[in-house]
Design a protein around this ligand. Structure first.
Ligand code: ATP
Ligand code: MG
Length: 355
């Protein structure tokens, strides 16, 4: 951890007059060149963390280190960070090039070098030829790219992005996701990206930090977060699924909902309480009812989604969601009886699993 590029150490923020901290002992670190997504529901403290890193607000306690240096006492403009926020905050009356050049002028970069770097930044975000346009004459996506160019032109140590895509329509958002990821990979800049959209986080980030109510719930690769959630919050925030709580009655077998048994993979001592989640795409149609990992029920609702068919199946007191591939032969109708099954290795075990 010592040689990590960015280290966030036990960071706390309690706003003046607030009862509870908005950011509560959060620690994480980033190696150089990593893209980390900070993910969580509205109000969990994502923007507050970014604003502390940027130096826009004071920290209550803890430390932020960039390349080994505690930045707490370093003013905003000397931290050398690139920032892209939800509202692009470009100067509307200035041209694209003037906007991008602004940070270089503030840093007293000479004219020739400025022009060179601005041109490069414009090409980088694919706004070639639009340098002289006024910002007010650009589309949303173009403005967003200009904002990114402006933040990158100063060659920041760290790029901070706070929901930069939330103003864009769905199609443009998808394009810009790829674009930002690509720009980040090409420049090798370390980046922290705030979003409350799990698809965005899963598709863009090297690692995800999932937050809830000011606390860091889990940090890991998209795969680790999705397949090995450490908490119930993470399991249900990332991806849909049905949660089962029960007791391990023999090695690899849990009793849930009194009657139902589930075989799972994982070394959990007999007698332990356990939480398991079934993701909709892990369920399949089965022939034989009875035995562990099968659920008999009635199809209450069907939604056709092209590649997949989403079923809501009423099994006793539970409504199970199953996503079935539409090419998988005959599919059930609404009102019909079905048996669903899940393989033991396809169950998501929540919490620590010893190998
Ligand atoms: N200036 C402020 N003064 C007092 N409380 C604040 C201030 N700014 C934010 N908060 C509170 O701190 C908590 C975290 O806010 P923050 O803006 O960091 O959340 P967020 O995760 O970015 O949410 P969103 O996804 O809605 O942007 C919230 O409860 C919010 O009301
Ligand atoms: Mg926010």
């Amino acid at each position: 951890m010592a040689d990590h590029h960015v280290i966030i150490d036990n960071l706390v923020k309690t706003y003046p007059g607030a009862q509870k901290p908005s950011v509560d002992h959060v620690s994480f670190s980033l190696p150089r060149g990593e893209m980390l997504a900070l993910l969580g529901p509205s109000g969990c403290g994502k923007t507050t963390i970014l604003r502390m890193i940027a130096g826009l607000i004071d920290i209550t306690s803890g430390a932020i280190r960039l390349d080994g240096t505690d930045v707490s006492s370093i003013p905003v403009y000397k931290r050398n960070l690139g920032m892209v926020f939800q509202a692009y905050a470009l100067f509307p009356h200035m041209s694209v090039a003037q906007n991008i050049s602004f940070g270089l002028e503030m840093r007293k970069v000479g004219r020739a070098e400025r022009e060179e770097r601005v041109k490069k930044a414009i090409d980088l975000v694919k706004l070639t030829g639009l340098g002289e346009r006024k910002v007010s004459q650009l589309s949303g996506g173009q403005q967003q790219r200009a904002a990114i160019a402006r933040s990158l032109v100063i060659e920041p140590k760290l790029l901070l992005l706070d929901e930069p895509l939330s103003n864009l329509d769905a199609k443009l958002r998808d394009e810009m996701r790829d674009e930002i990821r690509d720009i980040q990979a090409r420049t090798g800049v370390t980046a922290i990206f705030v979003t409350h959209d799990q698809d965005e986080a899963l598709s863009m980030a090297d690692r995800l930090a999932v937050m809830s109510a000011g606390r860091l719930e889990q940090i890991g690769t998209p795969r680790e977060i999705f397949d090995r959630p450490q908490t119930e919050f993470v399991a249900s925030f990332i991806g849909a699924g049905t949660l089962f709580e029960g007791k391990v009655v023999e090695p690899g077998l849990a009793l849930v909902d009194d009657l139902q048994t589930l075989r799972f993979v994982g070394d959990v001592p007999v007698g332990s309480r356990i939480k398991l989640m079934i993701r909709p795409h892990r369920l399949r149609l089965a022939q034989n009812e009875g035995g562990p990992n099968t659920f008999k029920g009635t199809v209450e609702h069907i939604v056709y989604r092209g590649q997949i068919l989403t079923l809501n199946v009423r099994c006793g007191g539970r409504l199970l969601q199953a996503d079935l591939p539409t090419h998988a032969g005959s599919l059930p109708d609404k009102g019909s009886e079905v048996v669903l099954a899940v393989a033991p290795q396809d169950l998501t075990l929540i919490g620590e699993v010893s190998p």
